[in-house]
Design a binder for this molecule. Structure first.
Ligand code: UT7
Length: 325
């Protein structure tokens, strides 16, 4: 069995910044409420690039960072809940966009845990020796399914993409957990097209916009972040003290405060950039990883944990020894 290492990262966010004040012009909210209840100050909202373009750009940057040519990529996985098309997959469009001629390409849907699921799936192919090089991308344009009249949700979600190049190695992903609880599916979602064809009689069209039970998701996150972190440490010989950074899905600083309290750790162990980018779902963890890597926060040998939760409901985490210097 091979180990799975992250060789490079990349990210891409739209240029257009939207502040809390901007949002308070069209829904009944305030900068103070959004900052105090979520930690978010601004977010990027796309007015030009769709999910595929953000994915292509972040993938290109990750390959450049890794010093790997597109022709070497064996596998492309895009985690997204906001694809541009039902089909073809975003991953196939990325393959064409970056010129990764020999790659096998497909999308996965695991919402905000999508990047962690993607790493896990790509990791299985690499560990067994089936593939040598994989590109995993989380890319979302949530603004196109956001209900801009709903103050409960429109202040949270945003657009962006992040990517990582994985290869066989000697350390890298040490342990992981992924899982789901479909019983909580109704708490966060966005309908696709309804059942409607030449033979159906009723037309119960629901708009393609996000609806969320914020409190239930909040409770789920505060339960699952500590559980996942403990599970990936179990039986590894490492403890929380050995972990340099925990990179969580970026949803709400209060969720992180509560999770830190449960884990009895300093909240600063959680890397936070949601004040700048809001909640970008499957893109949030690779976006944070890339930002940390580029700003010199990660050095070879560091132990980190990435941890996510989201619609499905889904959850997951990886304990990683950072190998990219
Ligand atoms: O990737 C996963 C995605 N989802 C999440 O991470 C969501 C997790 N949940 C949360 O982050 C929080 O539950 C929210 C930020 C969504 C909401 O915070 P909360 O402290 O749980 O607020 P709440 O839903 O209990 O609402 C409190 C009050 C309500 O008013 P009343 O009924 O007390 O009069 C809401 O109507 O705050 C009101 N409210 C707002 N007020 C101003 C809700 N949204 C807003 C808003 N501005 N944007």
């Amino acid at each position: 069995m091979y180990s799975v290492e992250i060789r490079g990262t990349g990210s891409c966010v739209p240029e257009h910044r939207v502040s809390n004040e901007d949002i308070s012009k069209f829904v009944d909210t305030s900068d103070q409420w959004i900052r105090e209840r979520t930690g978010i100050r601004e977010r990027r909202i796309s007015i030009a690039e769709n999910t595929t373009e953000l994915a292509v750009e972040s993938g290109r940057k990750a390959l450049k960072d890794a010093g790997i040519a597109p022709e070497e990529v064996d596998l492309i996985i895009v985690a997204t809940v906001t694809p541009d098309n039902f089909f073809p997959s975003t991953a196939c469009l990325v393959q064409a966009g970056i010129g990764a001629g020999k790659a096998t390409s497909f999308d996965i849907s695991a919402a905000c845990t999508g990047f962690i699921y993607g790493l896990s799936i790509a990791g299985q192919f690499i560990k067994t020796g089936r593939y040598k090089t994989a590109l995993v991308i989380g890319s979302e344009v949530l603004s196109k399914i956001t209900d801009w009249d709903d103050r409960n949700t429109c202040v949270l979600f945003a657009d962006g993409a992040g990517a990582a190049v994985l290869q066989r190695g000697v350390s890298g992903i040490i342990s992981e957990i992924i899982g789901s609880d479909g019983n909580g599916a109704e708490n966060l979602g966005c309908p696709a097209v309804p059942l409607k064809n030449k033979f159906t009689v009723s037309d119960n069209c629901k708009p393609n916009i996000i609806s969320m039970n914020g409190r239930e998701i909040y409770k789920f996150a505060v339960k699952m972040i500590p559980e996942c972190v403990q599970k990936v440490l179990k039986d590894t010989g490492y403890s929380l003290q050995d972990i340099k950074h925990i990179i969580p899905h970026q949803a709400n600083v209060r969720i992180l405060d509560a999770a830190a309290k449960k884990l009895q750790i300093d909240r600063d162990k959680f890397y936070v950039n949601l004040h700048q980018y809001g909640n970008t779902s499957g893109a949030s963890i690779p976006l944070a990883l890339d930002e940390m890597s580029k700003s010199g926060l990660l050095t070879g040998g560091d132990l980190i944990i990435i941890v996510g939760f989201g619609a499905g409901l889904t959850y997951g985490a990886q304990l990683i020894q950072w190998t990219k210097v």
